[in-house]
Design a binder for this molecule. Structure first.
Ligand SMILES: NC(=O)c1ccc[n+]([C@@H]2O[C@H](COP(=O)([O-])OP(=O)(O)OC[C@H]3O[C@@H](n4cnc5c(N)ncnc54)[C@H](O)[C@@H]3O)[C@@H](O)[C@H]2O)c1
Length: 480
């Protein structure tokens, strides 16, 4: 199938590369020329395990193309995915200007061919109809331009036929053509991939959700996703559930899933805070409750709380949507509050041991919001750095990807070290912020010898605390 993906970020690029792997001809469009130029040369704008190889493979097979030219991208494409960003505005509402611009532009360049426009960007409930309206607006603008060029009068070669003129593209345009209404359907197809395992998640989703009232559009998407749904083309395992809903429900499924997962993390963090006061150990509690099938062990890791490009903005958006419809989402508000306070609690833990933080040096192990990504959007490390900086502490950090890439965008008030030994030198405390695999096997005894004070806070409860204590480190965690 011929597919266009508008927006070549974490979601768009992974979607495009995976669909190309399955044999589709995919054009990835982005309005950032540097990004597209890099992709054409095989340089990826993001860090995602396995993606570089997949992009290379797609390009080598002639199935994956990159362009800044949206009209060219959607030409001949039967399915057009919208995968542009929807970041949070200060009000908590998602910033929909990128979706709006793309929807209008798609409308301006649709032709007679039927297309399925798939919204993969996370957008508030009701946005599917809004996107449809914007596409129609774009198409109406284009039709108006065509009609005004007709009114300019007949052109050479069309004498005697007042309904003919040349189109902007140079072809002969008839009145009928100028007035045609585009044939398309809008489908919501929320994305559930996790950064760090995005390719695996795309090929092995727990379910694929499509929201639409158009059987034609649903049938086309079913065909596109068939290899994933029915484990073809080298994919193994059980068939993947295909969930068809109305547009609004598909949009809500995305928000509800993220709200549930974020609330689950805030729940275990609240339990952790009670554990600390009562002498219980949250890691044992999580095992004990996680074995209950009704609860499940996933997302029960107490720590610094959630961050990243999705949970914070999606919860804020859902709370705003609820308020717009006269409902106060108190449970979700509480989940957000617990999450924000979790960073503050970590600073208090440092204060309890180190007392005055002014003039102290704190080293952060990890900066990204989770391992195996370079994404710093709403990372807990950023809030921690700000808190510590305000209190007069010097903050240093080492992150496997950020340190190696030299990327410093969005980072201030922190010295990014190139290796973990330089990080430990002179520190009054180390805080493990992101549970990167390589932090499991560090020589903590050696790190302790380089520090001013051998204090380690494992803010993700991911290290073996008994083994660590034997290295001479004082170890604290979350919820024990
Ligand atoms: N990142 C995730 O893990 C994840 C998971 C599920 C859903 N989502 C949702 O998917 C959407 C995309 O997220 P992302 O993380 O990939 O964002 P991103 O910021 O990484 O990528 C968005 C891309 O869109 C491009 N873009 C913006 N305006 C454009 C335009 N007019 N024409 C062409 N390209 C344009 C940007 O240059 C950028 O490359 C968001 O709505 C997000 O909430 C993200």
């Amino acid at each position: 199938m011929r597919v266009a993906v508008i927006g070549s970020g974490y979601v768009g690029l992974v979607t495009g590369a995976c669909l190309a792997r399955l044999g589709n001809s995919v054009t990835c469009v982005d309005n950032n020329p540097a990004k597209i130029e890099g992709l054409r040369r095989g340089r990826l704008p993001i860090y995602e395990p396995g993606l570089e190889e997949l992009v290379q493979e797609g390009s080598d097979r002639g199935l994956l193309h990159f362009t800044t030219d949206l009209p060219a991208g959607i030409q001949n494409s039967q399915v057009v995915f919208i995968a542009v960003g929807t970041p949070s505005l200060p009000s908590g509402d998602p910033d929909l200007r990128y979706v709006e611009a793309v929807a209008r532009e798609i409308g301006q360049h649709l032709d007679e061919q039927y297309r399925v426009i798939v919204n993969k960007s996370t957008v508030p409930i009701g946005s599917g109809d809004w996107v449809r309206m914007l596409i129609l607006d774009g198409a109406a603008e284009a039709a108006k331009q065509r009609l005004s060029s007709l009114e300019a009068g007949p052109v050479e070669g069309s004498e005697g036929d007042p309904d003919k003129t040349t189109s902007r593209g140079g072809g002969v345009l008839t009145l009928e053509k100028a007035r045609w209404v585009p044939q398309f359907d809008v489908v919501s197809n929320p994305e559930f991939l996790r950064e760090g395992s995005a390719i695996h998640d795309t090929f092995n989703p727990d379910r694929i959700v499509v929201g639409s009232d158009s059987p034609r559009a649903i049938a086309i998407l079913r065909e596109l996703y068939e290899p994933i749904l029915n484990r073809q083309g080298g994919l193994s395992g059980d068939p993947v559930p295909w969930v068809v809903t109305d547009l609004a429900s598909a949009e809500m499924i995305k928000y509800a899933a993220n709200a549930f997962l974020a609330t689950k993390i805030s729940f275990i963090n609240e339990i952790a805070n009670i554990c600390e006061r009562t002498g219980a150990d949250v890691t044992q509690v999580a095992e004990g409750i996680g074995l209950d099938k009704r609860i499940g062990r996933a997302f029960l890791n107490a720590g610094l709380g959630w961050g990243g490009s999705c949970f914070p903005k999606d919860l804020a958006a859902l709370i705003r949507t609820a308020a717009d419809y006269g409902y106060e989402a108190r449970l979700l508000r509480a989940a957000v509050e617990v999450n924000q306070e979790q960073r503050q609690r970590l600073v208090e833990k440092l204060q309890q041991v180190l007392k005055v933080l002014k003039g102290k040096t704190i080293g952060l192990l990890g900066l990204t919001f989770k391992p195996n990504t370079d994404d710093l959007r709403d990372a807990p490390s950023l809030a921690l750095i700000e808190h510590l900086h305000k209190l007069g502490a010097k903050v240093k950090a080492y992150d496997p990807v950020v340190s190696a890439s030299g990327m410093r965008e969005g980072l201030s008030h922190v010295v990014v070290e190139t290796d973990v030994l330089r990080l430990a030198e002179g520190c009054d405390a180390l805080v493990l912020v992101t549970e990167w695999q390589e932090f499991q096997s560090l020589d903590y005894g050696h790190l302790a010898s380089l520090m001013r004070r051998p204090l380690l806070i494992d803010a993700r409860n991911c290290l073996d605390r008994q083994a660590l204590r034997q290295t001479g480190m004082t170890v604290l965690g979350v919820g024990w």
